[in-house]
Write a new protein. Sequence first.
Length: 589
Amino acid sequence: MVLAAELVSAATGSGHVCLDLAAPLSFCENAALPAFAPLDLPEPERWRKTLASHPAVGAPGDIQPLILDGTRLYLYRYWRYEQQLAAFFCQKAESFPGGVDKAVFGRALQRMFPESIEGGLKEQALAAATAVLKPLCVISGGPGTGKTTAAARIAAILLALFGEDRFCIRMAAPTGKAAARLRESMEAAAAVLDCTDSVKRALPTEAVTLHRLLGSIPGTADFRHHRDHPLAADAVIVDEASMVDLALMARLVEALPEGCRLILMGDRHQLASVEAGAVMGDLCGRRRIPGISRSWAHLLAEATGLCPAAEIPRKRDAAGLSDAVVLLHRNFRFSAESGIGRFSRRVNRGDGPGALQTASRWPSQDSVCWIDAADRSVLHRHLEDIMVRAFEGLVRAESPKKALEQAKRFKILCAVNRGPLGVDGFNDLAVLALQRRGLVAKSRGPWYPGRPVLILENDYVLGLFNGDLGVAMPDPDTGGLQVYFSTETGGLRSVSPARIPAHQTAFAMTVHKSQGSEFDEVLLVLPEKDAPVLTRELIYTGATRARQRVILCGTEPVIELAASRRIKRNSGLLEALWGDEPDGQEGKR
């Protein structure tokens, strides 16, 4: 019993929702945990029977510290979160709110998606139809597939259908920087919408963190909004949903009022949440073949006057969760033959050698190039030049606004924090390189103009949250050094360096911390030796933070090994949502 309790706690702490008694140490594979072996592990069936008879262990439906469901052992609250989400998603996927004027809806779709309806509803138009006709819509696609553009058009259609002055749409994301990028993307998409001025004025202009949306209560794990005090919203749009862990997603759906639509956007191929669970991956069925039921295709035709396009796969299954999930494949940023596009697709397939073949050897100017970290002479000779070129504009910026803009142009992304090829090592290298070129003064203090900082903990008094990125710059009026951050409404705010909560220099950051951000150019650094954190999801996430160029730094064996490894999260949510539906081949439409 003690061993089971220790292992289930360790598994949950490493991102798993439960402990699988049939493979109790499998959770160590993708977590930087101390080795538990050698352990005298009981035979799984005998272990299960012994636990089932213990007074602290309950069966599904019981209220006990531990819940045993088959061979899966849960801490009670995680079992409850999983059951709550499974029931919510399955019920909402098969619901229809009604009240949609079919004629108005059909015209709105054709006006908003003229490029997406010729020959039937294509992916983006299908996503919009799903978001209007169902209370749950999950939109998954890589960077550049138009998720935010679709969301802006969905918002405009909902407002036109249900009234600009009556229908309330809220937008949120897991982190402050993801919320800021959602707001910026929505503003850009809304500016070119073909809709009335009254609808444009009613479009949501603010995006907040999920914690702020739910109303975090400082000093507690509670929120102001919950089942008995729901959100005031008719639709909630959540971006970067792959970053949302099981517990936070459960708290969100609990706070939704009756009839509220939930639109989740994200990339199923990205890294899973830092905390327990992989909700977005489970919702999208991981590697399952996408497709809609024939009954849903018929209902779509009735409601819109348009059938789903021929390239949208049909399934013989009864209506269910697959009808609420829309996968976007067409990329508007990267062409099918672009370097970043080809590299990321091969990484997703687990083809490390093929991914490296798409990368040119440094110092190529191609969109994907590779520095072999095994060649230290090349590595050290070029890294300083790369960093000085990338960060000179940041430390020489003339204003806080320009400094924040410069901070979005280039970022070093590392797989690990420690070591010469980790975040700490590269932050030190960047500072030394800038000092040697006379761009940063060799002073004893840590603060200097142009220093980028990453917030590491939430400070509800200051309104700064884990993951927020700021830049130290002189105050234009007083000349005193302040740290400037972008606000959720698009402005700037400054905080004295003395008041900044736990933080670190952010010339480099981990790939995990970069989620929700995009940069023009990325230097993606992998350690010299294999580490549990190295997976294809990590390489894909790091590479797709770049809009224009990726410089990959790592050794060939490590890159190939990382691309062959997938993140595995033990939970029962995937099975609860999809049953025994078989996996499909990656990339099959």
